[in-house]
Design a protein around this ligand. Structure first.
Ligand SMILES: C[S@@+](CC[C@H](N)C(=O)[O-])C[C@H]1O[C@@H](n2cnc3c(N)ncnc32)[C@H](O)[C@@H]1O
Length: 527
């Protein structure tokens, strides 16, 4: 059954929902999904629960689904997501047959099977954006003021160091391409005029509609596809089929340039997901970051893992443009932040970023080497670092620099302090191979309630990535009660720094590991 704001709910809830208007959950809540960079789902699961009081939270690769009644300003605060959508349809993958016409009919049914879900979800979108409209009104000309303009959302696109706009990380497979499709163009070209009765009929229908051009609710379809379906249809073809079905079902009009709403369709071998973007710009685009270094979603995830408390002293010993510090200071403001870097130009970039974000009173900068920090021992509560590695930073002999950085971090961190490090895969592997691991000892750590994504992230914690036999075991008690899960893990230490969690995340072209270390108390420290 499709989960389009309706599916997987209890009967009682469905009845309440009907009373309140289908498509919206009781109490004005709605069903959403976010896209997330690979590996980021675990952070997003935690975040939607904590920030939006989300319920019915679950995830599929690169997507997190949830129900919330949070209003637009709260939704916009999500930091670990790429994009946010109102869910229109979530169903199993389309069954692929040799008969193209049959597949087209199946795609068509994604729209025609439950028209009220589509209209109700559009109504929820309009309500969120302060545009109360009844489903029946949706085929009237939408005033220009209803068009969402970039500036209406108050967002500016962050740029990278070369001044190019930062693209959001495709949440799922990198080979999938998103195609935006203009139905009216498709009809002009008659691209899909294969000998299927469905397409002939819809052609006539669109011609009828085109005579009423000035009075229609407008849309565009962005489609991404992969797997078996992508071998038969291009993403553009699929977008056209859905676009035509929307015209047929609702009389909406396609508008590629400035539509009232966008319909996002993702079809692959694992699932069918359709949604309406809540915001035109990705959530991952930060208004407060002028020039981004590290991906902002990953930077926020690292800071969230550190559990920063009010009044804490937080250090980034290789701060670069200061993305980590900006993400942390924006979310946890009553904290002392210090950024250290060896490069004048990076410090200059960090300074202008911090100034643009009006965080000069929160973040201080210092020129020094991370291998010889001008700080007293045990003076820092939390260290956040994107450890430089590779040709970009002229650090090819990591063995020379990394142990010195780690030793310094260990020195300046107070006992019980936390270090969250972003390590390249290469570095992670090397450090894991070098750690002093005590097979007899274990540590008990409390994590989120079990679900597939949380589990897969936790399963990535290994003392040695090549040690395939190692896997954490689950303590039976609280996990069964569905509250919290106790994970027993092997204690993995780097000097006095004990690895407590690691998550593999995508940085776009490459993957990296977010690793959380706790500094052990002096009595436990073995050197
Ligand atoms: C990957 S970038 C950091 C990105 C940054 N964390 C951010 O949030 O945007 C690595 C930084 O390490 C700096 N770096 C390299 N060697 C260093 C050293 N010995 N001490 C301090 N900083 C160093 C580089 O100048 C560069 O700015």
């Amino acid at each position: 059954m499709a989960d389009g704001g309706h599916g997987r709910r209890h009967k009682e809830a469905e009845e309440e929902e009907e009373a309140a208007g289908a498509g919206c959950a009781p109490g004005g809540s709605a069903r959403y999904f976010c896209t997330a960079g690979r590996g980021m789902e675990v952070f997003l699961l935690r975040e939607v629960r904590a920030r939006l009081d989300a319920t019915e939270v679950d995830c599929a690769s690169g997507k997190v689904f949830f129900t919330t009644s949070a209003e637009l300003t709260r939704l916009k605060k999500l930091k670990s997501a790429e994009r946010l959508f109102l869910l229109l349809n979530r169903s199993p993958p389309l069954s692929i047959s040799r008969n193209k016409g049959k597949v087209i009919n199946d795609i068509n049914r994604l729209v025609s099977e439950d028209p009220s879900c589509w209209l109700d979800t559009v109504a929820v979108w309009q309500r969120l954006h302060g545009q109360e409209m009844k489903p029946d009104d949706m085929c009237q000309k939408s005033p220009a003021s209803r068009k969402r303009k970039m500036e209406d959302e108050g967002d500016i696109k962050p740029k990278n160091q070369k001044g190019e706009p930062i693209q959001s990380v495709p949440a799922e497979s990198q080979i999938e391409k998103t195609q935006t499709y203009d139905t009216s163009e498709a009809l002009k070209e008659n691209v899909l005029s294969e000998d299927t009765p469905f397409l002939e009929k819809t052609h006539e229908l669109i011609q009828e509609n085109s005579t009423e051009e000035s009075s229609c609710f407008t849309f565009r379809v962005s489609c991404r596809s992969s797997g078996a379906l992508a071998k038969i249809f291009t993403a553009q073809d699929l977008g056209r089929i859905i676009g035509i079905a929307l015209m047929k079902s609702f009389g909406w009009k396609a508008d590629l340039r400035n539509p009232d709403i966008e319909i996002f369709v993702h079809l692959n071998d694992l699932y069918t997901v359709i949604g309406i973007p809540v915001f035109r710009l990705p959530l991952a685009s930060r208004v407060y970051i002028k020039t981004a270094g590290l991906r902002s979603t990953v930077a926020w995830a690292m800071a969230s893992l550190a559990e920063i408390k009010t009044g804490a002293f937080v250090l980034d010993p290789t701060c670069g443009l200061g993305t980590l510090l900006l993400e942390a200071a924006t979310e946890w403001p009553n904290v002392h932040y210090l950024g250290v870097d060896i490069s004048d130009s990076q410090l200059q970039g960090a300074y202008s970023n911090i100034k643009a974000a009006s965080l000069m009173n929160k973040i201080q900068l210092l020129k020094a080497s991370a291998t010889a920090l001008p700080l007293t021992s045990e003076s820092i509560d939390i260290a956040l670092a994107d450890i430089p590695f590779g040709k970009k930073f002229k650090i090819t002999k990591d063995t020379e620099l990394i142990p010195d950085i780690l030793q310094e971090l260990e020195r300046v961190l107070c006992a019980g302090g936390t270090a969250v490090l972003l390590l390249s895969q290469e570095l992670y592997k090397r450090l894991s191979n070098n750690v002093a691991s005590n097979p007899d000892s274990s540590v008990r750590i409390t994590v989120e309630p079990a679900n597939d994504c949380t589990k897969s992230a936790i399963m990535s914690v290994k003392s040695n990535p090549e040690e395939e036999s190692y896997s954490p075991c689950t303590a039976p008690s609280s996990a069964q009660e569905g509250e919290q899960e106790q994970i027993v893990r092997k204690r993995t230490t780097l000097g006095s720094l004990m690895l407590v969690e690691s998550v593999k995340v995508s940085l776009g072209k490459t993957d990296a590991f977010i690793c959380k270390y706790k500094k052990l108390t002096a009595s436990l420290t073995k050197r």
